[in-house]
Design a protein around this ligand. Structure first.
Ligand code: CU
Length: 204
């Protein structure tokens, strides 16, 4: 009997290892806050030494529904056009004072005629002039390799991302004011270890 149980354990271990390798777990990022809690809606992005990359013809959307901006957090590459369709029956007035992209979409219903182009990297905080509780965040990044964490604090960088050295940055809307996203040098490859990012502040 002891012999059997040992063999069984080994079989399970081998099985799990094989499954992990198939998903290229090194593209998986796990974000935790200073208390060790998984952080949802964190933006992770990997920059290369090649310098900024601007997106061509990229589009995104931040809708207004039930007096909320959806999604709360977006990550887009520099050069992306973002439309702001109003799917409420009340009118909204979206604006930002953020130096990265100040803009104003004056009181409107339906879809504003032209999108807003986010042409500079940085953080854009968006509000509504009519509804004070409405807020959205856009993190504009100059790399195509980005992702946002799910409810479990996990994000998958694009599987198409070439193996190599990157600077991995992590941004969250609870990041203390006037601080830069923490960064770390990482090697993206085909190894089985997920990258863990630990933020220096409490985000949950
Ligand atoms: Cu509004």
């Amino acid at each position: 009997m002891p012999d059997f149980s040992l063999r069984w354990t080994r079989a399970v271990l081998l099985c799990c290892m094989a499954a992990t390798q198939q998903v290229h777990a090194s593209h998986l990022i796990q974000v935790q806050d200073s208390a060790g809690q998984p952080v949802a809606d964190a933006v992770v992005y990997a920059e290369t030494t090649g310098g900024p990359v601007v997106a061509k013809n990229a589009n995104a959307e931040i809708q207004q529904k039930d007096k909320k901006f959806i999604p709360l957090v977006s990550v887009v590459q520099t050069g992306t056009s973002v439309s702001f369709p109003n799917n409420d029956t009340v009118r909204h007035h979206a604006y930002s004072f953020s130096p990265t992209k100040p803009f104003e979409l004056k009181l409107y219903s339906g879809k504003p005629s032209s999108p807003i182009v986010f042409d500079k990297a940085g953080t854009v905080v968006i509000g509504c002039n009519i509804h004070d509780q409405m807020v959205a965040y856009v993190q504009v990044v100059s790399t195509p390799f980005f992702a946002k964490t799910d409810a479990n604090g996990q994000a998958h960088l694009p599987a198409s991302m070439p193996a190599g050295k990157y600077t991995l940055k992590t941004w969250h809307f609870k990041q203390p004011n006037n601080s830069l996203p923490p960064e770390q040098n990482v090697q993206i490859g085909n190894d089985t270890v997920p990258l863990i990012v630990k933020l220096g502040y409490k985000a949950t």
